[in-house]
Design a protein around this ligand. Structure first.
Ligand code: MG
Length: 161
C-alpha cells in the first residue's frame, strides 16, 4: 500500500458585510464580520483542498480555481472540494483521514464543529470520524488574535492499494 500526506493552510480577512462560512456552515460573528474572498472564503475547506492537492503534488487551489476567473465568484467551496476529491480518486487514491485546526478569536466554534465535520465528510464521501476539525483562539496575538482574519491549517493522509 502506498501512502501520501498533504499539508494545507489558508487565511482570509474578516470584513463587515460578508457572510462567515466555515465548513459550509453559516455562522454569526458577534461583530457582524464575515470572511472576504472571491469564493465564499471558507478557509477550512480551502485548507483541506490544498492539503489534498499537496499530497499528490498537484499544485494548489489557485491553479484550479483562479481568483481572477469569474466562474468561481461566490463559489460554494464544498462544491470545489468535491471536484478536488474527484481529482484524487481519479488517480486511484482514497482519503484515510483529514485533520484541521481553525484559528479564530470569535465566534465560539465549538457548537458548530459537529456540523462542519458532517458537511465536509459528506462531500468527501467519508465518515464523520475521518474528518477532524478543531478550533483554537490565537490568545489575542497576531492577525487572528486582532480579528483581522481567520486562518486554518489542515493535513490529509491518502492511501492507494
Ligand atoms: Mg482561500
Amino acid at each position: 500500500m502506498q501512502l501520501r500526506i498533504g499539508n494545507g493552510y489558508d487565511i482570509h480577512r474578516l470584513v463587515p458585510g460578508r457572510a462567515l462560512i466555515l465548513g459550509g456552515q453559516r455562522l454569526e460573528h458577534p461583530a457582524g464580520l464575515g470572511l472576504d474572498g472571491h469564493s465564499d472564503a471558507d478557509v477550512l475547506v480551502h485548507a483541506i483542498m490544498d492539503a489534498l492537492l499537496g499530497a499528490l503534488s498537484l499544485g494548489d487551489i489557485g491553479l484550479y480555481f483562479p481568483p481572477d476567473d469569474q466562474q468561481w465568484q461566490g463559489a460554494d467551496s464544498l462544491e470545489l472540494l468535491e471536484q478536488v476529491v474527484a481529482l484524487v480518486m481519479e488517480r486511484g487514491w482514497s482519503v484515510v483521514n483529514v485533520d484541521s485546526v481553525l484559528v479564530a478569536e470569535r465566534p465560539k466554534l465549538k457548537p458548530h464543529i459537529a456540523s462542519m465535520r458532517s458537511a465536509i465528510a459528506a462531500r468527501m464521501g467519508l465518515a464523520a470520524d475521518q474528518v477532524g476539525v478543531k478550533a483554537t483562539t490565537n490568545e489575542q496575538l497576531g492577525a487572528e488574535g486582532r480579528e483581522e482574519g481567520i486562518s486554518c491549517h489542515a493535513v490529509v493522509l491518502l492511501q492507494k492499494p
